[in-house]
Design a binder for this molecule. Structure first.
Ligand SMILES: Cc1ncc(COP(=O)(O)O)c(C=O)c1O
Length: 434
């Protein structure tokens, strides 16, 4: 009875999707061309409603299934869902402060190398843990840093490297992982904008000790809000799980008890012997969990990760072909040896361009073509960071150029080739008119 009512509802949900799904007809200058967005289909809507019908409101079996499948897709052993990519970054970096790591743990005042031209929550966990960010510059074109810059930034207090693959374009992660290895540094790959990319034939996220993903709607797959920490290292995975789940020492799933058969058999800290393991805390943790509604959507989206990547690459390639040779614009390029999973199409105005970024943005916006900046441009120039303790290794010349002359256009799978052609034609028309 319940089952048939459910089947009926889900059938109606699929029909409803057909009714409300956005029309695909593109009217140049009228239909918005967003820089990013989620691509949600009938199966996503059905998956989400089904999870709601089952009242799977907390993290449970669907979350665990999603974590397992995501780990497999990412080429790693363990995945822990979080409520955002920012939480994933906080969790990944915080896990490196765990006492479980003994002498290798990060301690207050230790340095972590990162880039200034990026998203704030790649860097914030460094500050939030009382560590010191060391900023290095990036290249124009790839918008990534180089192994040489990172090598030059390593000092006596440096203990880790935490860098994002810029807008889907891998940083030279094999070389930087090797450097980390030589110097005994941890490496965290923020893969929030690059899920599905490869470097030297290996998926990004599989080179470092830990990696993070975001499932915010702008990203390669979405769960609404959401993120994940992944690793091959089982010790780090245990720490991540503990820190994500209030800092607890116990690993029983909700609704489970005594899976270790020792629930009342431990003596930890200075607690009385037999203190309930469920309420024993081995980390100063958080609650950064996500839930099964998000996981249900994630499972459905994961089915299309590859197709999404193909569409992103197709759109990026289309813009690249059509914007060749346009004066005043530096076109983006893939990091040598990589296959990016593009998040956006980055343009930097040359120093002698006879137009400003704002003029280009205004022209495109008047045609309902959305643009974005390369996140913070140069983080050290933002109000939040002026009084923070940090070190700059070398100079941030290119980060300043990015803050002043760079923007990006959308390539997400919801955009069609027709839209890409319109965007390219609009950029060309703007430049020709200057
Ligand atoms: C590189 C990078 N890291 C982390 C994040 C944070 O992800 P979230 O918005 O899910 O917190 C973003 C957000 O877009 C990002 O671009």
């Amino acid at each position: 009875m319940t089952q048939s009512a459910k089947a009926l509802i889900l059938e109606q949900v699929a029909k409803y999707h057909q009714e409300v799904a956005p029309r695909t007809e593109f009217i140049p200058g009228v239909t918005p061309v967003w820089p990013s967005g989620a691509v949600l289909d009938e199966s996503d809507r059905v998956a989400l409603v089904e999870a709601a019908l089952d009242m799977r409101i907390a993290a449970g079996v669907t979350s665990r299934t999603f974590e397992r499948k995501l780990a497999r897709a990412a080429g790693l052993r363990k995945a822990h869902m979080t409520n955002s990519g920012s939480s994933a970054n906080l969790l990944a970096l915080s896990s490196l402060t765990s006492p479980v790591l003994g002498d290798r743990r990060l301690r207050r005042g230790d340095e972590v190398i990162t880039v200034a031209a990026g998203f704030p929550t790649t860097v914030n966990p460094i500050i939030q843990n009382g560590l010191v960010p060391v900023f290095v510059d990036v290249e124009l074109g790839t918008y990534n840093t180089t192994a040489e810059r990172v090598a030059a930034a390593i000092g006596p207090r440096t203990r880790a490297i935490m860098i994002a693959h810029a807008l889907g374009n891998p940083f030279p992660v094999a070389e930087i992982a090797e450097l980390a290895d030589q110097h005994g540094l941890f490496l965290i790959e923020d893969n929030c904008d690059a899920l599905g990319a490869t470097y030297q034939g290996k998926p990004t996220g599989t080179f470092g000790d830990l990696t993070t993903v975001s499932f915010y709607p702008a990203h390669h797959i979405t769960t609404g809000e959401g993120g994940c920490v992944l690793t091959d290292n089982l010790v780090l995975a245990r720490i991540v799980e503990s820190m994500r789940d209030w800092g607890r020492d116990c690993w029983c799933e909700p609704g489970e008890d005594d899976t270790c058969h020792k629930r009342f058999g431990y003596q930890l800290g200075t607690l009385p012997a037999g203190y309930d393991h469920k309420y024993t805390f081995s980390h100063v943790g958080y609650n950064l969990k996500s839930g099964d509604l998000q996981a249900a959507l994630g499972l459905s989206q994961l089915e299309r990760l590859e197709d999404f990547g193909v569409a992103r690459r197709r759109n990026w390639q289309r813009l690249h072909e059509q914007l060749q040779g346009v004066p005043g614009l530096l076109l983006p390029r893939a990091t040598p040896g990589s296959e990016p999973s593009w998040f956006g199409f980055v343009l930097t105005l040359t120093a002698d361009a006879p137009f400003s970024r704002q003029e280009l943005v205004n022209f495109l916006h008047a045609r309902h073509i959305g643009t974005r900046l390369l996140f913070a441009g140069n983080l050290t120039r933002h109000p939040a960071y002026l009084d923070q303790q940090f070190r700059v290794a070398g100079d941030l010349t290119n980060s300043d150029i990015i803050a002043e002359r760079t923007l990006w256009l959308g390539v997400y799978p919801g955009l069609t080739v027709e839209m890409m052609d319109y965007v390219a034609a609009s950029v060309r028309e703007f430049v020709a008119g200057r």
